[in-house]
Design a protein around this ligand. Structure first.
Ligand code: G4P
Length: 527
């Protein structure tokens, strides 16, 4: 058990669209032997851009789109790469996946550095103190100065950085990386098949006899200069600070040409944490505890429109899971038999016989499970809930057939429980009043909701987008909330649990209120 836990690494990649997440994922699978020629994952991306019809996308892409958990082996490690939905299918699932990960890789474009989406996802990791590894991508083409990039990350995100690999350029050509921890220069071969296969490389040490000749005088002097500067002025290497999420190891490379991908993967696996203890209502649960526990972090509906089957994704936290196992569903007190668990490898689903802490299993669910639910072989412990993340888009649901209000409410209740929608009301007691508002993190989530309301509940609706975009849950005296919330450019809403929030039309107005209105407290996630 201890050995299985120690060799597991469960992580997610966080990035802004187009930084190269698909490309890097594919290269990691290539190095992990899960695919043999790069190019197979890429076609997914083409499909994604070709159409925007949610349902069609879902059918074409099958399970792989919003759910893939890719597992591969690399040098004795069992690696689980959790795919975070991005682009248009960006949703709360993207955030929730991070709760199931033990570390994160922050992928940056070397011309753009930290971008909006990176920042949002980084914040979620930071709040959970998740160790964050930075990979600066696209070094095969000229980008921002490497030193400047590192200091921009530090200043923008407020995290310390320690470059572990450093890029080596010959003029504008990216020729290798230097691994400072191992004193090893990886000089890459030029005869690449455009990154379809592993990069060939030659290994040198910084002060080796042949190194200056191999690199050329100018690139060598530049490298010596950079390393001297980093040693003198940069944050020192500190494994504990990395594990506390305070220091981010930085790597440079090019996912497209594979340069720097393997040195990154090796160091990442060495430095990132295995599954650790998780907080529960019965105290921390050690992964090596022999009793199986896990929690649901994602529910994928609509696998087969003829049945209401859904797949619940369970992150294993402790114990040894075996197929057919009988486990307790703590919230309802029922026993569930996990008979057809699935595991996911790139595009294919395969039945699993066993799983260990850190692994993710997909469980067929008939509507019993909810996001955040705990499954436990014995006992009544529950893992800390998955926070509800603030939506960024809001719309009022307009019924096309006003007689269908009951069905609408039932549908929305179900979608809320699954975590597919967040519902808001304009008054705390509004049950049969005006139709509710729904909130989503990504726009594509709205299409998914409308489609499911129509096909599963027989309710046709349209949505009226509203101007507010920046919600803050609020606590404090009722009259102060009402006074502050009724000002121009603001709106008071109540979530499904009746908790009030103020919705602001612009971020400036929100910050202004947060700074000035001391009578109430503003919360970014539901209190
Ligand atoms: P994403 O999943 O983060 O959105 O990014 P994706 O991997 O799809 O990559 C976005 C674009 O960046 C693609 O180019 C991809 O080829 C390119 N890219 C990824 N990694 C690197 C890299 O290391 N170096 C360079 N130069 N480019 C990289 P595209 O033109 O949009 O698509 P395609 O025509 O190449 O398929």
């Amino acid at each position: 058990m201890a050995a299985q836990v120690a060799r597991r690494r469960t992580f997610a990649i966080i990035s802004h669209p187009d930084a190269g997440k698909t490309t890097l994922t594919e290269k990691l699978l290539l190095y992990g032997g899960a695919i043999h020629l790069a190019g197979s994952v890429k076609s997914r991306r083409a499909e994604r851009h070709a159409t925007s019809d949610w349902m069609k996308l879902e059918q074409e892409r099958g399970i792989s789109v919003t759910s893939s958990v890719m597992q591969f082996e690399y040098e004795g490690y069992a690696v689980n790469l959790l795919d975070t939905p991005g682009h248009e299918d960006f949703s709360e699932d993207t955030y929730r996946t991070l709760v199931a990960a033990d570390s994160a890789v922050m992928l940056l474009d070397n011309r753009k550095g930290v971008e909006e989406r990176t920042r949002q996802l980084f914040e979620v990791c930071k709040r959970r103190r998740t160790p964050i590894f930075t990979f600066v991508n696209k070094c095969d083409r000229v980008g921002e100065d490497s030193l400047k990039l590192v200091s921009d990350v530090e200043n923008d995100l407020g995290i310390q950085c320690h470059p572990i690999t450093w890029p080596i350029f010959d003029g504008n050509a990216f020729v290798g990386v230097y691994d400072r921890r191992l004193d090893r220069i990886h000089l890459f071969g030029k005869d690449e098949h455009h990154g379809a296969t592993r990069a060939t490389e030659q290994l040198l040490s910084l002060h080796g006899e042949a190194t200056r000749d191999q690199l050329g005088d100018l690139p060598y002097r530049q490298l010596l200069h950079d390393i001297e500067l980093l040693d003198a002025a940069g944050h020192p290497f500190d494994r504990d600070a990395i594990l506390r999420g305070e220091l981010s190891p930085v790597f440079f490379g090019s996912a497209l040409t594979n340069f720097g991908v393997e040195p990154f993967l090796r160091e990442f696996l060495d430095l990132s944490p295995p599954p650790l203890a998780r907080e529960s209502t019965a105290g921390p649960v050690e992964p090596t505890d022999p009793r199986f526990t896990g929690f649901v972090f994602k529910i994928q509906a609509n696998m087969d429109p003829r049945h209401r089957d859904r797949v619940a994704f369970v992150r294993v936290c402790s114990g040894h899971f075996t197929a057919g196992m009988d486990v307790g569903h703590v919230r309802t007190g029922k026993r569930l038999r996990l008979s057809a668990p699935q595991q996911f490898m790139a595009r294919e689903r395969t039945a699993v016989e066993e799983a260990w802490p850190g692994d993710v299993i997909g469980v067929i669910d008939r509507g019993n499970l909810r996001i955040g639910d705990t499954l436990a072989e014995e006992g009544t412990l529950e893992f800390k809930g998955i926070p509800r993340f603030p939506p960024e888009h809001f719309a009022r649901v307009v019924l096309i057939d006003p007689m269908k209000r009951k069905q609408l409410d039932a549908g929305l209740r179900q979608l809320t429980e699954e975590g597919a929608a967040q519902v808001f009301f304009t008054s705390p007691t509004e049950v049969s009043g005006p139709t509710p508002l729904i909130g989503a993190v990504g726009m594509l989530q709205f299409d998914g909701m409308l489609h499911r309301l129509e096909h599963e509940y027989g309710v046709r609706c349209r949505l009226e987008k509203i101007a507010g975009r920046y919600p803050r849950w609020v606590t404090g005296p009722k009259d102060a909330i009402e006074r502050i919330g009724r000002e121009r450019g603001r709106m008071i809403l109540y979530d499904a649990a009746g908790k009030p929030l103020i919705l602001f039309e612009d971020s400036w107005g929100m910050r202004w209120a947060v700074d000035r209105e001391t009578a109430i407290t503003f919360h970014e996630v539901a209190p």
